[in-house]
Design a protein around this ligand. Structure first.
Ligand code: NAD
Length: 483
């Protein structure tokens, strides 16, 4: 049995195949019950970081030389162990992040599936053989690992995002240093425990800590590539640091995702997808549909339907089976959401439901899902990512206005359309400015075998997931041979 997370224990960083202590630690607090300390997690120091990078550099070549079959087998073992331990890991994830147990279980399963998919990719990752335009010459495009990669991840998917970066990085022969969010170390620590069991020493290392550890990784000359998921603000700092030294960079950032509801949409389905997209996972998803762009002809019925469902949503402790909406991840995020509720009201939007701090049996960061109507696209609640259970309705006349409003933010992660019209679908597919588009499907929930990523301010660099992950985690070498 692997070591269970306990509040009396300091969980250490994984450096060079050893679990390394630290003078300082971060407490991981349950947002459903802030008296519940999940554990204390070591904060990496600069010398930990230097040691980890040296160990990674030393391990790189031999990991790149491991046969595809062996790499694949190891990733398969990781996938299998995550699956076997899914209930335990989901419980821990729900306890530390605040999503409900079914949501947390789905996340663990996805992490396992991602490792299984990339176990296959490790074998499929061949280069290309093409004909030269000249005679008597062969051309090969070979794929090589990038080297030492730093993965910097957020708190809202504390297991699956580390998994969907780590699995392709390892599959293509890179060595990994993971710097997870300081708010949700337990899931990352458990992933490190599993990887440590199945991989050679120093191929995967864990450095926990706050943004300073991430910043130090970004500016270290021996880190060849940085893959980051998090806020746009942090992304801007990372871009400066990484570009300065010419290293490779991939970033997935925020969203202000629209769901367009046209007059011919199936009303019940539109309400259902809006509720799922805006409020489940407490709205703490980069793909959350926080802007509901609704045709005037269906507006009142849609709002009425939405409010009726919202009245019945059960907000509470994430581990209580009846709960549908868990807490916000911490007080800072809760404050931010409540501040935006105030901003929306001051801007003249009408708060038709929710937006109140809630008390439950345990002290937690609970807020009721909020709905604004009568909003304008230019208002802050429609331009800035709130990252909480808040949705704003913008009334429009037709599909052209709906698409123009949908495109009216710097972001472009995911956009949804509810309609039965092929003509609307055709227009939406052509004109929407987003990396992902959903037709009669919620904006949240994506597959792991196809590209994931945004347009505009939501992303930078090659897409994640699916075979496109190869673009970031390998570089090509073109070889000409006289034959
Ligand atoms: P964040 O930007 O505050 O932190 C993300 C990570 O960056 C953390 O590990 C943090 O410690 C680290 N960090 C902070 N400062 C740093 C610095 N100067 N240099 C290097 N690393 C630094 O984001 P968050 O609050 O953890 O996550 C929420 C954000 O993530 C939202 O904006 C959300 O939209 C975004 N997100 C995007 C996706 C996506 O795929 N597009 C997925 C999930 C979350």
């Amino acid at each position: 049995m692997l070591e269970a997370i306990s509040k009396d224990h300091v969980y250490r960083n994984l450096i060079g195949g050893e679990w390394v202590d630290s003078p300082d630690f971060i407490a991981d607090i349950n947002p459903s019950d802030t008296n519940d300390v999940i554990g204390k997690f070591a904060m990496a120091t600069q010398s930990d970081l230097d040691r980890a990078i040296a160990a990674a550099s030393a391990a790189q070549e031999s990991w790149a030389d491991v046969t595809p079959q062996e790499r694949s087998d190891k990733l398969e073992l990781v996938a299998a162990e995550l699956m076997v331990r899914r209930n335990e890991l989901a419980y821990q994830l729900s306890r530390e992040e605040g999503k409900t147990l079914p949501e947390a279980t789905a996340e663990v399963v996805k992490a396992s599936q991602v490792f299984r998919f990339f176990a296959g990719e490790a074998i499929r990752s061949a280069g290309e053989h093409v004909r030269s335009i000249r005679s008597s010459i062969d051309v090969d495009v070979a794929r090589r690992p990038v080297g030492v990669v730093a993965l910097i991840t957020p708190w809202n998917f504390p297991l699956s995002i580390p998994a969907w970066k780590t699995a392709p990085a390892l599959a293509y022969g890179n060595v990994v240093i993971l710097k997870p969010s300081e708010l949700t170390c337990a899931s990352a620590w458990s992933l490190a425990e599993v990887l440590d069991k199945h991989l050679p020493k120093s191929v995967f290392q864990l450095l926990m800590g706050d943004g300073r550890v991430g910043a130090a990784l970004c500016s270290h000359p021996a880190v060849n590539a940085v893959s980051f998921t998090g806020s746009e603000r942090t992304g801007a700092k990372i871009a400066t640091a990484v570009h300065k030294r010419g290293a490779r960079l991939q970033m997935e950032m925020g969203g202000k995702n629209p769901l367009l509801v046209m007059e011919d949409a199936n009303l019940d389905l539109a309400v259902k997808h809006a509720i799922t997209g805006a409020f489940y996972s407490t709205g703490q998803r980069c793909t959350a549909s926080s802007r509901l762009i609704v045709s005037g002809a269906i507006h009142d019925r849609f709002v009425e339907g939405l409010v009726n469902v919202m009245k019945g949503l059960r907000v509470g402790h994430a581990l209580v089976p009846e709960t549908q909406i868990g807490p916000m991840v911490n007080d800072v995020q809760l404050r931010r959401t409540l501040d935006f509720i105030e901003i929306g009201c001051k801007e003249g939007a009408e708060l038709v439901f929710g937006g109140e701090r809630l008390e439950r049996q345990t002290p937690g960061c609970f807020v009721s899902p909020a709905l604004f109507t009568g909003t304008k696209s230019s208002q802050r609640i429609n331009q800035e990512e709130i990252f909480g259970p808040v949705a704003a309705v913008i009334k429009v006349d037709d599909i052209d206005e709906a698409i123009a409003v949908a495109n009216d933010t710097p972001y472009g992660l995911c956009a949804g359309l509810m309609t039965n019209s092929l003509a609307y679908v055709a227009k939406f597919r052509k004109q929407i400015n987003s990396g992902m588009a959903m037709i009669n499907v919620p904006t949240v929930g994506t597959d792991y075998h196809v590209p994931f990523g945004g347009a505009g301010a939501s992303a930078y660099g090659p897409r994640e997931m699916g075979p496109s992950a190869r673009e970031f985690f390998t570089s090509s070498r073109t070889i000409y041979t006289a034959v």
